[in-house]
Design a protein around this ligand. Structure first.
Ligand SMILES: [Zn+2]
Length: 97
């Protein structure tokens, strides 16, 4: 096993593994409504005026993906020569608190 020095640290490198580094990029798209409900997405509005049971994460609600957001995200991905997945799955437990 080889060693690579990085500053004052020495880390073992196992040649059977390849280092793969991924990036997770977050952005804010200028949609008219929020990502999972029809509430307006207007910055600067009075507190608690742009909320519904879905975006509040109430039990039993059914989030629906914002089509405008999906189209904008795909266009952004294409503009940066990214790979667009044909299927994306969002587990509900990750969407709601
Ligand atoms: Zn909402």
């Amino acid at each position: 096993m080889a060693h690579q020095e990085s500053g004052s640290l020495t880390m073992p490198i196992d040649p059977q593994y390849e280092t793969v580094i991924g990036l997770e990029v977050h952005s804010q798209l200028r949609t008219k409504s929020k990502i999972f409900c029809g509430c307006p997405n207007k910055f600067g509005a009075e507190a608690n005026t742009q909320i519904c049971p879905v975006c509040a994460g109430f039990p039993g609600v059914l989030p629906v993906m914002n089509r405008e957001m999906v189209n904008m995200a795909i266009k952004t991905g294409l503009a940066i020569n990214g790979q667009i997945r044909k299927l994306s799955v969002f587990p509900e437990e990750l969407l709601l608190p």
